[in-house]
Design a protein around this ligand. Structure first.
Ligand code: FEO
Length: 404
């Protein structure tokens, strides 16, 4: 049975939710599912904007079929060819063999690489600034390379201000019957999933997101239809998510806060992290989060490192190196271009304590990182003689918080 929702009088959401997928892209854990969004426009011509992951292929096809209600499918606009959106293209071609595909030249290359059975002669290849009229609606195509893959584009309906934004402005989480951001407690319940989605998927490509935001600023956008998560129609909500994207893509922290990430084998380093948090609280620094690097998936750590201004890394030395889960976090930060944070280091080890030096070397490879000179070196566990260093570190962080 079909299950679609109306976006405007002639535009329909025909996507579906997936709560069975454990790991998005086989990397990022999903505890609240994910939606794959696609849209059908009923104009003089009928147009499908993107498809869906094959996991929800049956529901997606039922939705498209129901919305078309016997009309032929004239066009399929492919904004993004990652298989979580493109996997059902072949099924669309089987059911509506006369459909005309519209996409970018780069997308054609990647579609061929994935082995989609597409007759290239039937693809209308479009580039930046090209337009297409479907009747009452005329759309303009805007290249969005690396948001999230190089072939990506977004499509702007110049008639009603709908932006089909591909992965941009998307989010993890299933929609659960709702569709629009104003139908959710987005700022309370959803924002962490939206941040974790964007920062882990596209965090590396901040400059490219900035490029797209600058293009979007020149458009009269009234509704944003992404490929995951809620549709944006409330002007306040659109302003809110644009502001978040501005922060994430320029690597500016959203708020002053201290994220303390510890890697601890037998509790000594963990205890030191807890004591630092207490000393920060004594000094009025209350926006703190502690994470055990061994039991927190790195995608959550990446999400919060994009959120907070300060980061404390506390690590035991392991095989004369950095504790492996902490090293993995550092490598992920580097891969995702994390920058512009204030960082402090605490190190531990029962002999040959080296983790602090090595962490500082890793941080030196990241851009615009301010590494505090204050830090703590402990042998196996925090001792009385370490407390002055602990207090000095807490003082240094608290001093930052007193500044505007
Ligand atoms: Fe949701 Fe880049 O695909």
């Amino acid at each position: 049975m079909h299950n679609y929702r109306k976006v405007t009088d002639d535009l329909y959401w025909v996507g579906a939710n997936d709560r069975r997928l454990a790991l998005f892209e086989n990397i990022h854990p999903l505890y609240h599912g994910v939606s794959y969004n696609a849209y059908v426009l009923l104009d003089e011509k009928t147009v499908l904007f993107d498809t869906a992951d094959w996991a929800v292929g049956r529901q997606f096809i039922e939705n498209v079929t129901a919305v078309l209600d016997g009309r032929p499918l004239d066009y399929m606009v492919i904004n993004h060819v990652e298989p979580d959106h493109a996997a059902s293209i072949a099924e669309i071609l089987l059911r509506w063999p006369d459909v005309q595909i519209i996409t970018t030249p780069k997308a054609v290359t990647i579609l061929k690489q994935f082995g989609f059975p597409i007759d290239v002669n039937r693809i209308e290849q479009v580039n930046e600034g090209d337009t297409k009229c479907f009747g009452a609606h005329t759309v303009a195509f805007v290249n969005a390379p690396m948001v999230h893959w190089p072939e990506a584009m977004v499509t702007f309906d110049t008639t009603n201000g709908v932006l089909f934004s591909a992965d941009a402005f998307g989010s993890f989480r299933s929609l659960d019957g709702k569709l629009f951001s104003d139908e959710f407690d987005f700022r309370g319940e959803w924002i962490d999933d939206a941040r974790r989605y964007l920062t882990n998927i596209v965090g590396k490509y901040g400059p490219q997101v900035q490029h797209l935001l600058k293009k979007a600023a020149g458009l009269d956008i009234r509704i944003i239809c992404p490929l995951h998560g809620p549709v944006w129609r409330d002007p306040d909500d659109i302003g809110y998510i644009l502001d978040k994207y501005q922060h994430w893509s320029t690597y500016e922290p959203e708020e002053k806060g201290v994220m303390i990430v510890y890697g601890s084998m037998y509790g000594g380093t963990e205890q030191a992290a807890e004591i630092l948090a207490s000393r920060l609280a004594d000094r009025g620094v209350l926006n703190t989060r502690l994470y055990d690097v061994s039991s927190t998936h790195v995608s959550y750590l990446i999400s919060d490192v994009f959120k907070y201004s300060h980061l404390v890394l506390a690590s035991v030395t392991y095989n004369l190196g950095i504790f492996p889960p902490m090293h993995n976090f550092l490598m992920d930060m580097k891969a995702l271009n994390v920058q512009n944070r204030t960082v402090a280091v605490m190190e531990n080890g029962s002999w040959a304590i080296r983790s602090g030096t090595l962490i500082r070397e890793c941080l030196g490879q990241l851009k615009r990182m301010r590494i505090l000179e204050d830090g703590v070196t402990m042998a196996s566990s925090l001792q009385k003689q370490n407390l002055p260093d602990m207090d000095a570190l807490a003082d240094a962080i608290a001093a930052d918080f007193r500044q505007e």
